[in-house]
Ligand binder design. Structure first.
Ligand code: PMP
Length: 334
């Protein structure tokens, strides 16, 4: 055991462990590695994007001391922004669709963010949380709009930090990477960062149902089928963060399959995660199998364990909620 290092609070963002996932590796017939993004201070992958977006706004002179950061988010980016803002002396106004988890709302309020809830609606509707947050930023003196979907400081976080970390943790021996897309910052940024180091690494999209990207990368058409209860993922357009993303192949994963991995990771590996992590792991297993079929044994695939399951105790881990969504209930919930 080495002693914990000394540092500043914002240095707690990133440098997360990468762990070998036993069950997924057995299922794929090759190594499946999970990047523990739930270990960031805000307990999600979005702390990285939050820090890079704030530092970028500062560098561009858009954020004055004591200024306000406004953002539309499914929750995790807001939590990351609120923590970073607190550490640097800024305020946050967070606009969120009201169908996201109660735990995320409670967390945002607890962190001191001003929370604005709006009804969930299509992106084309001016009341959509993203457009509402842009308007609020325009109307608030001394405010910047974080604009995580189209602000490429988001994917820069993953080009600069997540990708080199994975590369070093895997000693430069990685055959595939996959994850789902919310803004696309993680997939595009890690994809670009890994391809820079080895252009033979296969980068795969793992898409939930209800999102349009699987069809876009498979058939060139933005078109969604089905739906998903997964929070933070599922995109219907090519965001600026996704433009030029080096995506070689794609998988579509159901909530049932993602949940199966959420349950197995909890019971067999002691990891309590959100549904996007389960969907990512299912995608990594699919990618691992495909790479083994194409190139033989010994493949090494990495994915993202995006956020903590403690954020979903009243949904994913609640018997009545799962039943109300027509999803299978974990055995141990009775
Ligand atoms: N999983 C969760 C739980 C998230 O909150 C997000 C961010 N919206 C993602 C995955 C996707 O990350 P990205 O925005 O980088 O595509």
């Amino acid at each position: 055991m080495t002693a914990p290092s000394l540092g500043r609070t914002l240095d707690l963002i990133g440098n997360t462990p990468l762990v070998l996932l036993k069950g997924p590796s057995e299922a794929a017939g090759c190594e499946i590695w999970g990047k523990c993004e739930f270990m960031n201070p805000g307990a999600s992958v979005k702390d990285r994007a939050a820090l890079w977006i704030v530092r970028d706004a500062e560098a561009k002179g858009q954020l004055e001391p004591g200024g306000t950061i406004v953002e539309g988010t499914a929750g995790n980016t807001g939590i990351g922004l609120a923590l970073v803002a607190n550490a640097l002396g800024y305020k946050t106004i967070i606009v969120m669709p009201e169908n996201q988890s109660k735990e995320k709302m409670d967390t945002l309020r607890a962190l001191g963010a001003e929370l604005v809830l709006v009804p969930p609606t299509k992106f084309s509707n001016p009341g959509h949380f993203v457009h509402t947050s842009r308007r609020l930023a325009e109307e608030t003196a001394g405010a910047v709009w974080a604009n995580q979907f189209d602000n490429v400081a988001n994917r820069r976080a993953h080009i600069d930090s997540t990708a080199p970390e994975i590369w070093e943790q895997m000693d430069g021996r990685i055959d595939g990477f996959t994850c789902a897309v919310g803004t696309g910052g993680t997939l595009a940024g890690v994809g670009l960062g890994l391809k820079e180091r080895d252009d033979k690494v296969t980068i795969a999209l793992t898409d939930p149902y209800g999102a349009a990207l699987y069809n876009y990368y498979a058939h060139g058409e933005l078109c969604a089928e089905g739906n998903s209860v997964a929070e933070g993922i599922g995109q219907g357009r090519i965001t600026a963060n996704l433009e030029g993303a080096p995506i070689d192949t794609q998988f579509r994963i159901s909530d049932e399959e993602g949940l199966l991995w959420v349950g197995r990771l909890l019971r067999e590996e002691g990891l309590c995660l959100g549904l996007s992590s389960g969907i990512n792991v299912a995608g990594a297993v699919a990618l691992g199998r495909q790479l083994v079929a194409q190139n033989g044994r010994g493949q090494r695939v990495a994915t993202i364990l995006c956020d903590t399951g403690f954020r979903y105790l009243s949904s994913l881990y609640d018997r009545e909620w799962l039943k109300s969504k027509g999803l299978p209930v974990f055995d141990w919930l009775g």
